[in-house]
Design a protein around this ligand. Structure first.
Ligand code: SF4
Length: 198
């Protein structure tokens, strides 16, 4: 796998290893976070620290396990000090993210936090305004929601994220049923009214 030896951007100089992804490479739901942190850099798997454990709990609460999702990041190498990836790093690593999406071809992509949202919808996209929406692009449905690390900092964000994942799981089930019946489109569930800005 080419990405595992990638030296395209300066992040390769400080990483321990490339953190490619975890989960099912045939999943119908791909989750994209920001970038590997210290624990992920050490273990070679994304979302294994406190934020990752919270993400796994949220997924389990809506009936999704590791076999139902593939989890990756906008950059595959740890930015030093866990800083936000630079625009040039995002642009350079994009080739790997696009290859992952081409290979898995998921109907649903969950954008975990501002960096993932901006990577797909541009620098003006704001996570607080856009979370909870379902955005269509390139035949996929994109669901921006808060990053689990943001929930650890601000537990008041757990409720809207819980609603987002209920909807994502419901839409994933609808798509699976539609695919089994030969209808590739499926019908999205209505957005829950949780009183949050959208
Ligand atoms: S962050 Fe992405 S582009 Fe940069 S070295 Fe790592 S794999 Fe390559």
């Amino acid at each position: 796998m080419q990405a595992l030896s990638c030296t395209r951007c300066p992040l390769h100089e400080t990483r321990t290893q490339v953190v490619f992804g975890r989960g099912n490479p045939a999943a119908s739901i791909v989750l994209v976070g920001e970038g590997p942190g210290r624990d992920e850099d050490r273990e070679g798997r994304p979302f294994v620290g406190a934020a990752g454990q919270l993400l796994d709990k949220i997924l389990a609460a809506v009936g999704l396990g590791e076999e139902d999702v593939f989890i990756t990041n906008t950059v595959l190498c740890r930015p030093p000090g866990n800083r936000v990836p630079l625009p040039a790093e995002l642009d350079t690593c994009r080739v790997h993210l696009e290859a992952i999406l081409r290979a898995i071809d998921p109907p649903i992509v969950v954008l975990l936090g501002a960096t993932a949202l901006k990577a797909f919808f541009g620098p003006k996209a704001g996570i607080t305004a856009m979370r909870g929406q379902r955005l269509e692009r390139d035949g996929r449905a994109f669901y921006p929601t808060f990053h689990p690390a943001a929930l650890l900092r601000d537990p008041s964000r757990k409720r809207p994220v819980w609603r987002d994942f209920q909807r994502i799981a419901a839409d994933g089930r609808l798509i699976q049923v539609a695919a089994a019946q030969g209808d590739a489109t499926g019908s999205p569930s209505p957005a829950p009214d949780d009183g949050e800005s959208r």
